[in-house]
Design a protein around this ligand. Sequence first.
Ligand SMILES: *Cc1c(COP(=O)(O)O)cnc(C)c1O
Length: 428
Amino acid sequence: MECNVENIYKALGISDEVYQFSKDILKDLEPRFKEIDETAEYNQLKVLKAMQDNKVSEACLLGTTGYGYNDIGRDTLEAVYASVFHTEDALVRPQITCGTHALALALMSNLRPGDELLSPVGKPYDTLEEVIGIRPSKGSLREYGVSYQQVDLLPDGGFDYENIKKAINEKTKLVTIQRSKGYQTRPTLSVARIGELISFIKNIKPDVICMVDNCYGEFVERMEPSDVGADMIVGSLIKNPGGGLAPIGGYIAGTKACVENAAFRLTSPGLGKEVGASLGILKDFYQGLFLSPTVTAGALKGAIFAANVYEKLGFRVVPNSTESRHDIIQAVEFGTPEGVIAFCKGVQAAAPVDSFVTPEPWDMPGYDAQVIMAAGAFVSGSSIELSADGPIKPPYAVYFQGGLTFEHARFGIMKTLQEVVNAGLVTL
Ligand SMILES: *Cc1c(COP(=O)(O)O)cnc(C)c1O
């Protein structure tokens, strides 16, 4: 048997047409991929330096149980995160269950009754609607007397500076800026644009806390929002910074005051960062962070490949095929539920785990429409691994992300294309 790559693609259900179509697209992407590799090189060294500077030792990879007093691995890891993000402090814990929890924690611990929260970049991520109380929920910020204002982006994606200025008042305590587009088709914000927005806001009100929802953005650029004035950046370890290895967790990196507030809320007033056993999880947190720059690079290449495939076939893709990238998410607007479903079937069929199951739309907690999700991941629900999801509502866009290696992301996209072709939605 010949070990050529066409044969193995064929054995995995990829037709000659899909293979050739994909190959032609990839040829043109080489210069962009080289740039991504250079960013990965920079970020790899940044992470390595932080580990060396903080003297990560073999003992740090072990864990504690019980109260977790003097957990050197946990405390050193938090110092490493603070070094990587150039912040005063960080909270990085398996007790933070997901990105939404990390964001809720950051908000609820730094806001007090009577304060106001402002989002100057439009509607936040769906699950935060209940945290804030945009959709009523038990225990929301709103129930605790924290009000909320939102200023949408302008139709061209720009900041509405005039209305942002009007929205900032004596009650405004915290400004939340979401870097990634989430389930929207607005552009993702670059770190540079986030920096401009933060300076504008700090000019009007210097003591306002600027928080950035950094989900999906880590290591896509050489700088992070904390390098351009953010007081606090927040994210999930089952996305970029976990590198596919962290099995749970979230982080908050920022000023001492912000992180201390978050730690007092996560554990208890007075206890803060001093407790919280790391159990046996730290090796994966360290190693995942170490791998994250290259894993993120692979995912980014996959997203660019997907944009180029589907744009060429006439679908609207966000970001478009040539735009610069600031997160790892790729949106493809199919305009029909069938397109979204076929795409997700392809991603599922490309998975190393559960490749044989068929994803279907369902009512997920925290979302207001049915959502279809495809993920055959080693870490359940991990979206740094090859995954796709889409709410079944107009404009019927699917959001694709991840891939622990570019080779896998590439195959996954080819598999989606195969499903879309098989469903008769396009012809090559
Ligand atoms: C994923 C995500 C969240 C929520 O994270 P979960 O881990 O899914 O709770 C919040 N904001 C953005 C921008 C995200 O991408």
